[in-house]
Design a protein around this ligand. Structure first.
Ligand code: NDP
Ligand code: MG
Ligand code: MG
Length: 340
């Protein structure tokens, strides 16, 4: 088994004497800033004036412009949306980095695909929590944590690993487990997971099941419950006990159907398509398409978002969820369901 590090395995002194800039105060940013501060580190948040700025001030954290926060700090964690990182980095971060500083990311995309090219005289590493930012904060407050990956891209000072681990501990990840990775592995597995399984795979499976039932004349409401609503219960069981734990809880009929019909739906051909998806990620084809899509203001992204919102499963789902207040109350900010 890969080596997993915990709270007591990690020394944090290396980071105690440093000033840490958290650039961005969204899902991940607010969690990192507050957790690090409460772990006893010196934190400043870098932002533009606006919603996040006001929230950070309200939360009692020191806030400066991105440029000033970078200037004031030794460790700069970039928690801006991935699509905007290259521009903001070029304009407001890079000019203020000094030799021996650390440039940190929570996702390897921009460095791995050369959208951000760091100078040679800084440490570059990633600390990537394997959970949404709101959970990174909530679990920390509860005395627990979200697991994290760390990876070193560039070790200028010879202290990059020590610093990365201290940072991961500071956000509470040591309570759940810290695992080493590389920028390449983190980026490629993260993109593959969200495309083939967690987001793309699941939404396509759910829609195909819903359409199969409604096209056969079954009521859309019944199809919604069966193909979407119940998914949560099954996923919770898998989360707790793996596939075996889930299969223990379902009926034997469901388990037999799982064995005989699952491989008819997701088969060798599906796996071959998954391999194509992985190849596009590894060769940079996916990254290039997404970068270009952003450069031309997302025409396809917006068109697909609009047409997806008109799908019958969304319409019937909205009506049914309105009648299930417990589901609505629990509905979290959209951000919470981001996969990585
Ligand atoms: P969010 O979209 O939640 O937050 C972005 C923040 O950046 C906001 O505070 C926003 O402030 C600020 N911002 C946007 N544009 C600018 C600008 N021009 N100048 C200054 N500040 C700006 O991002 P996430 O937390 O989702 O993602 C951050 C990083 O973490 C990404 O690399 C992502 O891949 C990674 N990650 C995210 C996870 C998640 O759970 N969401 C999980 C693991 C990693 P404003 O209010 O002014 O717009
Ligand atoms: Mg059933
Ligand atoms: Mg992701």
């Amino acid at each position: 088994m890969a080596k997993v590090l915990y709270h007591n395995d990690i020394q944090e002194e290396v980071l105690k004497s440093k000033k840490i800039a958290i650039i961005g105060y969204g899902s991940q940013g607010h969690a990192h800033a507050l957790n690090l501060k409460e772990s006893g580190f010196d934190v400043v948040v870098g932002l533009r004036k606006g919603k996040s700025w006001d929230k950070a001030v309200e939360d009692g954290v020191e806030v400066k412009s991105v440029a000033d926060a970078t200037k004031a700090s030794d460790v700069v964690m970039v928690l801006l949306p991935d699509e905007y990182q290259p521009t903001i980095y070029k304009e407001s971060i890079e000019p203020h980095l000094e030799a021996g500083n650390a440039l940190v990311f929570a996702h390897g995309f921009n460095v791995h695909f050369n959208q951000v090219v760091p100078p040679a005289d800084v440490d570059v590493f990633l600390v990537a929590p394997k959970g949404p930012g709101h959970l990174v904060r909530r679990t920390f407050e509860e005395g627990a944590g979200v697991p994290a990956l760390y990876g070193i891209y560039q070790d200028y000072t010879g202290k990059a690993t020590e610093t990365a681990l201290a940072y991961a501990k500071g956000i509470g990840a040591g309570r759940a487990g810290i695992l080493q990775t590389s920028f390449q592995e983190e980026t490629e597995t993260d993109l593959f997971g969200e495309q083939a399984v967690l987001c793309g795979g699941v939404t396509s499976l759910v829609k195909a099941g819903f359409e199969t039932l409604t096209e056969a004349g079954y009521q859309p409401e019944v199809a919604y419950f069966e193909c979407l609503h119940e998914l949560k219960l099954i996923v919770d069981l898998m989360y707790e006990g793996g596939l075996e734990g889930m299969r223990y809880s379902i009926s034997d009929t469901a388990q037999w159907g799982d064995y005989v019909s699952g491989p008819r739906v997701v088969n060798e051909e599906t796996k071959a398509r998954m391999k194509d998806v992985l190849t596009d990620i590894q060769t940079g084809v996916f990254a290039k398409g997404w970068i270009l899509e952003n450069q031309v203001n997302r025409p396809q992204f917006n068109a697909i978002t609009a047409s997806e919102s008109k799908h019958q499963i969304e319409k019937v789902g909205k009506e049914l969820r309105a009648l299930m207040p417990f589901v609505n109350q629990k509905a979290k900010a959209k951000k919470e369901v981001v996969s990585n």
